[in-house]
Design a protein around this ligand. Structure first.
Ligand code: PMP
Ligand code: GLN
Length: 380
């Protein structure tokens, strides 16, 4: 086994969902909605399964979906992408793998930000790269120029940004993104920007894509996921968008990872992007309602929570709550004694973890959140 894998356990999301299945605890760990998603999109998938081809679709994705992704970003983010600059992948996970395999050469350094999504470091290391981590601090998890300049070297090729940021639920401001863009241009870096949470933003805040900043159009890989846009996380339909020269390399990596993604799901996502802006808007309000409900409930139970501007997640600060336990112990006891599954934020670090923050998912029906809140309250 490759040493990167030999040293590694099972991803925290699977481990915690497995605990929920074994124990029957309420699962506020792995981020997935308990709604059905937009009905017309489900129907489009079923129709396409019965009425359209079930053979290999084109390697870079159905032309219709690639065009709808481009149209979607023109409408929502003012971007001017050609359909040819969109490559459909089996989830954002595959897009991340393809981008990293295509762009990271052995010995290359990749600047990334801790806390980080747990797939990043293993992918970088398996490609032979080195993850140079810039640590972000709660409650605002801001990125500053001095920290970036301190992380760059002659071997740095890539900056990997997750915005909005899972697990923190924070979003980079326009000023911060302009600074990151200027940093990438001045050090001639390629940015891989994981923007899967771009539509799950709250309080009227609008997501700004890094690819739209000066100098970034030709040097950014923008990654998205229909799983997040339509709250259909099991579908694993994602994409990567990049200028033609970058896209050519990405397509080569993609063709030997999955080659394609099920055509009926691609048709359905294309239809959803064309017709479901209203649903996406409503879903955003629904998730914001969940955030507010969980925040009020956890705070009433005695937990101090951190701001959540985006994503499905709300973090609680154990130290600030006067709880003298690390996140893993807290999480384990919460499952065993209260019947609620969470995710310890230390799982989002590959070095020197922060151990006093716990992540709760709020993408659930009110009754589920209320039940979880009551259990946490009784236990505290
Ligand atoms: N990146 C981040 C930051 C995520 O949170 C997730 C999953 N929620 C993914 C990538 C993976 O997305 P997908 O399910 O489309 O592969
Ligand atoms: N992104 C989801 C989360 O953060 C989980 C994704 C996964 O299970 N791989 O909870």
């Amino acid at each position: 086994m490759h040493p990167v894998y030999a040293a590694m356990g099972t991803t925290i999301f699977e481990a915690m969902s497995a605990r929920a299945r074994e124990t029957g605890a309420i699962n506020l760990g792995q981020g997935f909605s308990d709604g059905r998603g937009p009905e017309p999109v489900l129907q489009a998938a079923a129709r396409a399964l019965l009425e359209k081809s079930n053979q290999y679709p084109p390697m870079p994705g159905l032309t219709e979906l690639r065009q709808e992704v481009a149209n979607h970003y023109a409408r929502h983010q003012g971007l001017n992408l050609a359909a040819e600059e969109v490559i459909v992948t089996s989830g954002a996970t595959e897009a991340l793998a393809a981008a990293i395999l295509a762009l990271v050469e052995p010995g290359d350094e990749v600047i990334c930000f801790a806390p980080l999504y747990d797939a990043y470091v293993p992918l970088i290391e398996r490609a032979g790269g080195v993850a140079r981590q810039v640590r972000l601090a709660p409650p605002h998890w801001r990125i500053d120029r001095a920290a970036l300049e301190g992380a760059v070297s002659g071997r740095t090729r890539i900056l990997l940004l997750n915005n909005p940021l899972n697990p923190a639920g924070s979003m980079s401001s326009a000023e911060e993104l302009a600074m990151i863009a200027d940093f990438c241009v001045s050090h001639d870096l390629i940015a891989i920007c994981d923007e899967v949470w771009e539509h799950v933003t709250f309080d009227g805040a609008r997501h700004l894509p890094l690819i739209g900043f000066p100098g970034m159009r030709e040097r950014t890989v923008k990654i998205g996921s229909a799983g997040k846009i339509f709250a259909l996380t099991g579908w694993k339909v994602g994409w990567m968008c990049a200028a033609p020269e970058l896209a050519r390399g990405l397509a080569k990596a993609h063709q030997f990872l999955t080659f394609t993604t099920p055509p009926n799901l691609q048709w359905a996502v294309a239809e959803g992007l064309a017709t479901q802006d209203g649903w996406v808007q409503q879903a955003r309000h629904g998730f914001q309602h969940g955030r507010d409900r969980l925040k009020a409930g956890l705070e009433a139970a005695g937990l101090v929570t951190l701001p959540s501007a985006a994503t499905y997640f709300l973090c609680a600060d154990l130290a600030a709550s006067g709880i003298d336990m690390d996140d893993v112990t807290f999480g384990r006891r919460l499952i065993e004694e209260a019947g609620v599954v969470t995710i310890p934020v230390s799982a989002f670090y590959s070095e020197a973890p922060v151990t006093n923050v716990v992540r709760f998912a709020f993408c659930k029906q009110d009754a589920v959140l209320d039940d979880a809140i009551a259990r946490v309250g009784d236990w505290m």
